[in-house]
Design a protein around this ligand. Structure first.
Ligand SMILES: [Zn+2]
Length: 111
């Protein structure tokens, strides 16, 4: 994709905002709206747990049910997520963070 000067300016402005700090990682309780982030009074709060839980459940379903279609895995992931409490999401992501190993090099699917 060819990027324009405006594209570079927009991307640069996002990097500048991240560089200015005032960003907190925290679970956001919002009565089941599954908010991933919020901006207020110059501060940004990012809740990584919902996206992490979605991806984790999705990939776990693929591993435990390899014959299921992509569509059925997506639907079942949504079904499970709608029935999980905030505490269960935090516990699942906490368990994942304890158990997952971190690889420094990217996993390259393009080869
Ligand atoms: Zn999938």
């Amino acid at each position: 994709m060819k990027r324009t000067a405006r594209d570079f300016a927009l991307i640069g402005s996002v990097f500048a905002e991240v560089g200015s700090g005032r960003i907190t990682r925290a679970f956001i309780r919002d009565g089941r709206s599954l908010t991933d982030g919020v901006y207020s009074n110059g501060r940004i709060v990012i809740n990584e747990d919902h996206q992490t839980a979605d991806t984790l459940i999705h990939e776990c379903l693929h591993r435990s049910h390899p014959s299921w279609s992509e569509r059925y895995v997506r639907r079942t992931t949504s079904y499970i997520r709608r029935r999980m409490s905030d505490e269960e999401v935090m516990a699942l992501v906490g368990e994942y963070k304890k158990r997952a190993r971190t690889r420094k090099r990217p996993v390259n699917l393009e080869d």
